[in-house]
Design a protein around this ligand. Structure first.
Ligand code: SF4
Length: 125
């Protein structure tokens, strides 16, 4: 099987082709060794960082930006986003606080990518 994708390691955006023959993956179209490594990884098990926002109660903003500590399997991104859509946090939170541990059994924690203080209550509304 031949898979084609764009290398996302640097802005050069080389068009890669990866093919498997007898268990050996060969990559073409790459202009450097990093592209070959990326092509092999992308062929075997593509992964991505997960970034989104989560609802937060009592914060200075209505949503908190979050990020996975490591890449998660690309095939799991939709399920992880659905799980995060149902999460509601309480302010305050610090940057790096764990928001969801082991999201969807991927073994990866999702953490706050910024701090969020509590919104101060004004005495007259
Ligand atoms: S193959 Fe190398 S030069 Fe091309 S996009 Fe990937 S990292 Fe950049």
């Amino acid at each position: 099987m031949i898979k084609e994708f764009v290398c996302i390691v640097c802005p050069n955006s080389c068009r890669l082709k990866a093919a498997e023959t007898e268990g050996e993956i060969t990559v073409t179209g790459n202009e450097c060794a990093r592209g070959e490594k990326h092509g092999i990884h992308e062929y075997r098990e593509p992964t991505r960082m997960l970034t989104t926002t989560v609802a937060i109660r009592g914060g200075t903003l209505p949503r908190l930006p979050v990020i996975s500590r490591e890449e998660v399997p690309r095939a799991m991104l939709g399920r992880c986003l659905e799980a995060l859509y149902r999460v509601e946090l309480n302010a305050p939170l610090r940057c790096g606080d764990v928001v969801v541990k082991n999201i969807c059994n991927t073994g990866v924690d999702v953490v706050a990518s910024r701090s969020m203080n509590r919104k101060e209550k004004r005495p007259y509304g």
